[in-house]
Structure formats: C-alpha cells, structure tokens
Design a protein around this ligand. Structure first.
Ligand SMILES: C[S@@+](CC[C@H](N)C(=O)[O-])C[C@H]1O[C@@H](n2cnc3c(N)ncnc32)[C@H](O)[C@@H]1O
Length: 232
C-alpha cells in the first residue's frame, strides 16, 4: 500500500479507535503517533529501544526473532531491518495486532503478527534465536507463568525490560502495586490492569536463572526501569 492519503486516513482511524502507543516510521515523513496516551514520549519507544538494542546484533541475517507484547510492532520492524530471517510479533490485543499488520503492509515488511497471549506461546510450536520481552512483565497477572512461557520459546537469547522495584539489594524483591494505588502516568487507564509487579534487578535476574539461562547481565537501570540480557 503506498497511497499517502489512504495511509494518513487509516492512521487517523486507528487514532480515533484506540490511539497509537508506538511511533512507527511509515516512510515519506509519515509517522503513526501524534499524542501521548500513557505519558510516554511522542517518539516512543525510541529511548527504550536504544537500551534494548545494546544487546541486539547489528546483523541478524538468518536468525529468528520473537517480540512478545509487540504492540504496533516497533521492535519487530527493527529486527527485520537488521536482516532477521523470520520475525514474529504477538500481542494480547487484537487492535494492536491490526495496527502492526497495517504498518507492516505500508512498510513492505514480511512479519508474522499474531494475536496471542504470553500464556499461549507454546501455540507457536517453536523456539526463537532472539526474544524481546519488553515492557510487558509487570502487566502479567500470573507473573511466574509468563516468565516460564516466555523462557520456553527463547532458544538462545532473551532481552527483558521492565518497570522495576528501585531497591538495590542482593535480596530478590518483588513489589505488587495495587491497581487503585498506581501512581504512574495515566493512572486511570492503568487501573484497568490487574495490578503491577515490580521486581528489583536481583529478582529479575533470578527469575531467568531459574529458567536455565546460563549467563545474565544487566543492560541498564534508570528512571524506575531496568533491563537484562539472558543467554542460554
Ligand atoms: C507497555 S506496552 C509495551 C509494548 C512494547 N513492547 C514496547 O516496549 O513499546 C505492553 C504491551 O503488552 C501487551 N500485553 C499485555 N498483557 C499481555 C499478555 N498477557 N500477552 C500478550 N501481550 C500482552 C499490551 O497489549 C501492550 O501492547
């Protein structure tokens, strides 16, 4: 699809239906996002990707990549642009998968976007060389089940990014933030979520050691967020 008027119309239609959380570059100066919906930046998730990308090889030729909680597909598109062979993106929300498919169509990217929950990843029936588990762990009501499911499909490397409990401690700590007590951006919307789990960095790493990853390193920790890279 390369009719710019139609592309802009479709972007506006999605905007009216549920808004754009991610700003996807559709070429010719066209971008999806024009306003913040949860307090994120207008160019979201550019800054988040910059942290995640530190653990992503520049050349992904021949590799398979899975983006869990892909939203409109930003990280899946980044993986494709680095030459990944097969890229799959999954999200719980049908509307986000529709956004992602629309963007893939406009960009001309061959990506397998599917509406699927983190608790159903076994339906994919395979493992991936690289898995993004970014900005989703704290949304998962069944925290440990989500960690197990995501780990099972990660054949080599998984990158995990999350809101974290800020306490630097050797003791693994996980804080549960009641929906009604949530004080983050756009608290009203967030209150629809079942609650927020915030592990500290020690707990975040321990979760994945427990899943059999042999090497786990801190990618970053700042502004209430943290990231790790876990290798088999
Ligand atoms: C905060 S957004 C992060 C999106 C993207 N990974 C990023 O960093 O920009 C969380 C995403 O996870 C999705 N999500 C929430 N719970 C999920 C679940 N149980 N299974 C799959 N996706 C889920 C949401 O629909 C949303 O698109």
């Amino acid at each position: 699809m390369r009719n710019e008027e139609k592309i802009r119309e479709k972007i506006a239609e999605f905007e009216n239906r549920l808004g754009w959380y991610q700003n996807i570059d559709l070429g010719s100066g066209i971008h999806t996002k024009t306003r913040r919906i949860w307090g994120e930046e207008i160019d979201h998730p550019k800054a988040r990707w910059a942290e995640v990308a530190k653990a992503v090889p520049n050349d992904l030729t021949g590799q398979s990549v899975l983006d869990i909680g892909c939203n409109a597909g930003y990280m899946a598109f980044e993986a494709k642009s680095r030459g990944a062979n097969y890229v799959c993106g999954v999200d719980l929300k049908k509307e986000y998968i529709e956004q992602a498919r629309f963007c893939a169509d406009v960009r001309g990217d061959d990506i397998d976007f599917r509406q699927l929950s983190v608790y159903e990843l076994e339906k994919l029936g395979r493992q991936f060389d690289l898995v993004f588990f970014v900005g989703i762990l704290y949304h998962c009501q069944y925290l440990y089940e989500a960690i197990e499911q995501a780990s099972k499909v990660a054949g080599k490397r998984m990158i995990v990014e999350s809101a974290i409990h800020p306490e630097d401690s050797e003791i693994p700590l996980v804080r549960f933030v009641r929906s009604s007590n949530y004080k983050g951006p756009q608290g009203k919307d967030a209150a629809r979520l079942p609650g927020h789990w915030h592990p500290n960095m020690t707990a975040l790493k321990d979760f994945f050691y427990e899943q059999g990853f042999s090497k786990i390193e801190t990618l970053f920790k700042k502004g209430g967020r943290g990231g790790i890279v876990a290798d088999r």
